[in-house]
Design a protein around this ligand. Structure first.
Ligand code: FAD
Length: 331
């Protein structure tokens, strides 16, 4: 069971995107037990500086084609180049990060290869299916997150999936695979370039969930934008990041960048404090793997208490000020 993983870098830092490492490791856990290898495919202006790291997570080879005209995403060019690489390897599985580039290029390739592709998978595993032998089971929330659908591609190859950054976990231990990068010859066609980049205006990242050990999130129960300062103060006092439910974002209490959940960020902090959040499945999809969850809610039957390690039943307007006072006194 051979896997191919699309490798991406952050063009501003020239470093690998985390999702490329996460998917390399995931592909290794899928392919290795069945004697298959993991091959990376990359295109862009230059290889990421730290691409050697891929080989610590189970990559056997990295195929690449670089050209300065590919510094930014050109969908048609990327599609032709990556599809040629995929065809040369005849893999069983192809994984893309559900990034801007992955969401753009992976469906183009799946459609061209006449195979299935499941977007935004949250779990991937191999199992038997009828007389088809081992196939890839691709799980993702469906129907507004109310069910977890298992999707398969039993009759076509490759079996393709995209996964968002942060969904697959990286292991603590590292492998020691030899670094093998191979230039992949491509007959580059100028007509594949359909657009010109005049200026890149990087979006200033206001929220950094990746390095936050603590996330304090507020929901509709916070009541107002003004009252959301309680959530910000608690996050600041704990040295954490501010999160939010979609309802809090929709009510305008806080910016969309803070949203946690199925259509927001997936977070896995050491401590997640959910304040005035009911705990609907779409919110849980983004936080339920936090190491410790504390929920504050005035409704003792709120579903968030089913996944919380510690629950405080009460009004957040009374509880958070007590927490802040305690934190101040304790220094
Ligand atoms: C396709 C789709 C994608 C979605 N994606 C996301 C997503 O990414 N993230 C997300 O969060 N949601 C998402 N949702 C929305 C989700 O279904 C819920 O509507 C949302 O999570 C509810 O937010 P909430 O818990 O803040 O609000 P509510 O469900 O209204 O809950 C508010 C809670 O606050 C409590 N409360 C009220 N006042 C107080 C008080 N003073 N003190 C303490 N507790 C109080 C109440 O008891 C209640 O439990 C999505 C929905 C769909 C259909």
């Amino acid at each position: 069971m051979k896997s191919v993983v699309f490798i991406e870098k952050n063009p501003l830092s020239n470093q690998l995107r985390n999702v490329s490492l996460e998917l390399t490791h995931k592909a290794y856990t899928l392919s290795n037990p069945l004697g298959g290898e993991v091959v990376g495919i990359f295109t862009g202006d230059s290889l990421p500086e730290n691409c050697d790291e891929l080989f610590q997570f189970g990559m056997s080879r990295l195929l690449y084609f670089t050209d300065e005209r590919l510094a930014h995403l050109h969908s048609i060019a990327y599609k032709h180049i990556l599809e040629t690489m995929i065809n040369s390897e005849s893999p069983d599985i192809v994984l893309f990060g559900a990034t801007h580039t992955g969401r753009d290029v992976a469906p183009l390739i799946a459609s061209s290869l006449k195979t299935g592709m499941t977007a935004d998978c949250t779990q991937l595993y191999i199992d038997d299916y009828k007389d088809k032998g081992k196939i890839l089971y691709q799980m993702r929330p469906a129907f507004g997150g109310n069910i977890l659908a298992t999707i398969i591609t039993p009759d076509h190859r490759p079996m393709m999936a995209t996964v968002r950054e942060g969904v697959m976990l990286l292991p603590d231990e590292r492998l020691n695979f030899p670094v093998k990068t191979e230039v992949f010859p491509i007959d580059f066609n100028e007509l594949w370039i359909k657009s010109e980049f005049l200026e890149i205006v990087p979006k200033v990242k206001k929220v950094d969930f990746n390095s936050a050990n603590i996330v304090v999130s507020g929901g509709a129960g916070v009541g107002s934008e003004e009252n959301f300062r309680l959530i910000r103060e608690l996050a600041r006092a704990l040295g954490g990041e501010v999160g939010a439910s979609r309802a809090a974002v929709d009510f305008g209490f806080v910016e969309k960048d803070h949203q946690v959940g199925q259509t927001g960020s997936v977070v896995r902090p050491k401590l997640y404090i959910a304040c005035g959040i009911s705990g609907q499945i779409q919110h849980r999809a983004g936080m339920e793997e936090s190491q410790k969850i504390i929920a504050i809610n005035k409704d003792p039957d709120a579903p968030i208490f089913n996944i919380a390690h510690m629950g405080i039943v009460g009004d957040l307007n009374e509880i958070i000020p007590v927490m802040l006072r305690y934190l101040k006194e304790e220094g």
